[in-house]
Write a protein that binds this ligand. Structure first.
Ligand code: ZN
Ligand code: ZN
Length: 324
């Protein structure tokens, strides 16, 4: 079978080209027609700096060529990578920390092909009732599910989230299911509206200056070492800080965290169970992403959407492709 694929390729910072080709599907491959692609902050970073390698990796689609558990027209999330199942990390069940992760050839494109034997590792069926423009962020949501398992927040603990992007939204929505004591540190006052629609308190620069030893948990989605250092005095002694984002210069804040014995936690990617739980949360209506995303309807919109995200005028965009 041959499918008329169209794919965006990033060839340098700020330079996208569109390639068209016939995608040949062999007998040992399964084809997925892409219905929607989420634009993620790592796509934006790659577009701006040409350094992350990620360009179009949050995908949902429907099965064209059935295989085992996957029937024709089943809606699926396509994960862009999966654990090799052979390295020590995978053998211990930590597929998220695989030492030789296998990449799936995703992208901003119309079709994806997957080798049949890997379908069970990288395709997840979307429950009925979940809209595709929200399911597309199952990958991001699963990363948050995984991070929250590590952080283990109790219902009465006071939580501060650093940053006010889409990940902060996901964390706020998930934590709110059992804990209402959430503050979000917002550096850009324009984003206060996001906190309002989430129903969480927003703290702006300066407002934390007089808060000492108050928070039990900090979740960092900003990756700003100076901000982490600044917030340390607002953390309780023995509190916990989950570094969700990488931090460029960790030396800047380590000693201030040592002084308060703040436990620094890390999380990376997600495991299959995390994805399934994220999809259940979407089905249960706990994650109303539609209020925080902007939909567009053509691959031509990818570049304007990325620019709007880089400017901070939208949190995240979704490209929906003739999803009739
Ligand atoms: Zn992503
Ligand atoms: Zn592995």
């Amino acid at each position: 079978m041959e499918l008329p694929d169209k794919k965006l390729k990033l060839i340098n910072a700020g330079k996208i080209v569109c390639e068209e080709e016939l995608l040949r599907i062999s007998d040992d491959e399964t084809a997925v027609k892409v219905d929607a692609i989420g634009v993620c902050s790592s796509d934006c970073r790659n577009y701006a700096h040409f350094d992350t390698g990620y360009f179009g990796h949050e995908l949902v689609g429907r099965i064209i060529t059935p295989h085992e558990a996957f029937q024709r027209d089943d809606r699926v999330v396509v994960m862009h990578r999966y654990g090799c199942r052979q390295c020590p990390a995978c053998r211990s069940g930590s597929y998220n920390l695989c030492m030789r992760p296998v990449k799936v050839d995703v992208g901003f494109r119309k079709f994806v092909k997957i080798r049949k034997h890997e379908a069970q590792y990288c395709l997840y069926k979307i429950p009925r009732g979940v809209c595709i423009s929200e399911a597309v962020f199952a990958d991001s949501a699963a990363c948050a599910v995984h991070a929250l398992k590590i952080t283990d927040i109790k219902p009465t603990e006071k939580v501060i989230i650093l940053g006010c992007g889409f990940m902060a939204v996901i964390f706020s929505l998930m934590i709110q299911i059992h804990n209402r004591n959430i503050s979000v540190y917002v550096r850009n006052p324009k984003k206060k509206a996001v906190c309002k629609s989430l129903g969480v308190e927003s703290l702006e620069p300066g407002q934390t200056d007089e808060i000492y030893g108050y928070f039990d948990v900090c979740i960092d989605t900003a990756g700003d070492a100076d901000l982490l250092k600044h917030i340390s005095k607002s953390m309780k002694c023995g509190s916990r800080c989950l570094c969700f984002s990488g931090v460029d210069d960790s030396n800047v804040f380590y000693s201030s965290y040592r002084d308060r014995e703040v436990r620094i936690l890390f999380s990376k990617h997600h495991n299959p169970d995390d994805v399934r739980q994220a999809l259940c949360m979407l089905k249960d209506g706990c994650l109303p992403f539609r209020h925080f995303i902007k939909s567009s309807y053509s691959l031509d919109a990818v570049e304007p959407v990325i620019k709007a995200m880089l400017q901070g005028s939208i949190l995240r965009g979704v490209i929906e492709m003739d999803s009739v």
